[in-house]
Ligand binder design. Structure first.
Ligand code: HEC
Length: 143
């Protein structure tokens, strides 16, 4: 094989390598919603500081440790109003029966009553979208 031939082969192989790499990255993200959440939604580390500042007065992220609000351990992917051992859940929260996915958490954290009317969380909400995304990434990481 001539040098030119080898060089050409090298670049062809390199190119297809990138192609495969690119496709498999997509495949992993598409088939794994948790990964998608973590990578493309927000920064969980920043989210933790937001949680401490905004939510920790009433919630912990420790399993079964409830305050005025329920423990938010493993909340991502759960159905609303079903937290075991938390007695203060409102009828409205139970009847809403929504899944705490990215979309619903985002709406709820932005302004709790816009998603579930007459629920009992007395909280004004977070208007900054980036902060909500970071906070959701943090919540999704606790399980
Ligand atoms: C002043 C106290 C208070 C603050 C601050 C607060 N919450 Fe709550 N939260 C509650 C109460 C009380 C409920 C129960 C509401 C109900 O059942 O109607 C609740 C419910 C929830 C639920 C639904 C849980 C379920 O039963 O499915 C989520 C999710 C939640 N809070 C997230 C947050 C997040 C995230 C923050 C911070 C941005 C926050 N809360 C701040 C008191 C609070």
């Amino acid at each position: 094989m001539s040098v030119l031939h080898r060089l050409r082969l090298f670049f062809v192989l390199l190119g297809s390598g990138f192609l495969i790499l690119g496709q498999s990255t997509f495949a992993v993200e598409d088939s794994n919603p948790a990964l998608l959440t973590m990578s493309s939604i927000g920064d969980a580390k920043i989210g933790r500081t937001i949680f401490d500042k905004e939510c920790s007065k009433c919630h912990t992220t420790i399993q079964n440790q409830h305050k005025k609000g329920a423990s938010l351990y493993g909340i991502f992917g759960k159905k609303s109003g079903q937290i075991v051992g938390y007695e203060k859940t409102s009828q409205e929260m139970k009847e809403a029966a929504i899944i705490w996915n990215t979309k619903n958490l985002d709406l709820f954290i932005e302004r709790p009553s816009q998603l579930i009317k007459d629920q009992k969380m007395k909280y004004k909400g977070i208007s900054d979208q980036k902060s909500r995304k970071d906070l959701i990434a943090y919540l999704a990481s606790i399980k």
